[in-house]
Design a protein around this ligand. Structure first.
Ligand code: AMP
Length: 398
């Protein structure tokens, strides 16, 4: 079965088509500037050159129509006709506490995505627009929604509750949800395969370290705790997000700077993190280059990032009473060998020993631990699209 995977943003859309008979990637692409001037589709058939279409696309239906045209294009396409497409899988950011797994799109599913608009105000409306555009253009093709939050729904209440007055949980569902769930689930399954064990026998710490970053404590194949919260702001220091801070810093700064809550929110999400501390960039490579050239704030941002990751690893080992494997994934986790080295440094008390020679690797599945390390250290390139496509096949084949 061939599956189209769509990740719809408010003005952009990423897609892939996978042949699920052998899980191979057939093509991928990106539509940018939907609904604004300069709309553009960049389509790449695997093994061929990029194909660019510049045309006005006033909404997501227009954009998806251009994607479908590219998929059946006689030179750049990967489908003989649209009937070859078995199903569409959509990445949806927020499923609140309604979705513990992926689901086939129907009216109830769409309403539940709508109900979660307050929790994912930027992403959920765009995700739903993508779903509705596909319904319009492919009314007979089944669709599946895969939620970033679903994997974390197994967290026990002591992991997900905030110690605020209980009424805010009851009235507004204010609690930890966690994100990157599809990636953490892929990591848990792939790590178990690499270790030759059943996921139910394992305690894993999955470190998704990219521009957005989160850790998940995965016990017996289920999420036990994760570092992102009600929103993706909580937890690790990220490209432009501050991660954990004393919440009292918010009124303290707001009073002195005369900032509104909205301005504070923007500052914490867009101007903080590696960018805010280093003053150089949100990109870990730029920060690394600046630190190597003697920029002290860039070096400080790196140290703070490492410190926070170590903090969570320690916490999760304590919470799970052990750890069989730590896994690194996403842009920095897959490529940043210096960061991996620093994170694993001086952790031998916890049985974590990185092998420097094994760590000299990028972007492929590998074991990074020494022979005598109690905890295995793994590198696994994440593949959220494949996970979405697998769920899509499983649910639509039923
Ligand atoms: P992602 O959000 O998963 O695409 O990850 C993006 C982040 O990964 C960026 O901050 C990049 O700087 C970082 N990254 C990618 N390649 C490398 C590398 N070779 N060394 C260090 N960081 C990298």
């Amino acid at each position: 079965m061939k599956v189209l995977v769509i990740n719809c943003g408010s003005s952009s859309l990423k897609y892939q088509v996978l042949n699920m008979d052998d899980e191979s990637l057939l093509c991928k692409g990106l539509v940018e500037k939907i609904g604004i001037e300069g709309s553009m589709l960049t389509h790449t058939k695997i093994g061929a050159d990029k194909f660019v279409v510049e045309a006005p696309m006033k909404n997501h239906t227009d954009a998806i129509q251009y994607v479908l045209d590219a998929l059946v294009d006689k030179d750049h396409g990967v489908l003989g006709s649209m009937s070859e497409l078995g199903a569409v899988g959509h990445r949806v950011l927020h499923g609140g506490d309604k979705f513990t797994a992926s689901c086939v799109v129907d009216e109830a599913c769409k309403q539940a995505i709508r109900d979660c608009f307050p929790l994912g105000p930027l992403h959920n409306p765009a995700n739903l627009m993508g779903i509705e555009a596909c319904e319009k253009l492919m009314p007979n093709t089944p669709q599946v929604a895969v939620f970033d939050t679903a994997f974390h729904q197994t967290m026990p209440a002591e992991s997900f509750m905030y110690a605020l007055p209980y009424e805010y949980y009851e009235k507004y569902a204010v609690r930890k949800y966690g994100f990157h769930g599809t990636s953490h689930r892929y990591i848990a399954q792939t790590a178990a395969k690499m270790l030759g064990k059943d996921p139910k026998e394992l305690k894993i710490i999955s470190c998704h370290l990219g521009n957005g970053a989160s850790l998940a404590a995965i016990k017996n194949g289920e999420c036990y705790d994760t570092s992102m919260g009600l929103t993706p702001l909580e937890g690790l220091i990220m490209g432009t997000r501050c991660g954990d801070i004393d919440p009292a810093a918010i009124p303290f700064i707001a009073e002195r700077e005369g900032m509104t809550l909205k301005e504070i929110d923007t500052m914490m999400n867009k101007k903080s993190g590696m960018l805010g501390v280093s003053g150089v960039s949100s990109d870990f490579r730029d920060v690394e280059n600046a630190a190597n050239e003697g920029n002290e704030r860039a070096a400080l941002a790196q140290k703070m990032f490492v410190h926070r990751v170590k903090h969570y690893i320690g916490a999760y080992i304590a919470e799970m009473n052990g750890c069989d494997a730590i896994v690194f994934t996403a842009g920095l986790g897959e490529n940043g060998k210096t960061m991996r080295k620093w994170i694993c440094e001086d952790m031998d008390y916890l049985g974590i020993k990185l092998c420097d020679k094994c760590n000299d690797v990028r972007g492929k599945e590998a074991f990074l631990n020494t022979e005598d390390s109690k905890v295995k250290i793994l590198l696994i390139p994440t593949n959220e699209e494949l996970m979405i496509a697998r769920d899509t096949v499983e649910l639509t084949a039923k």
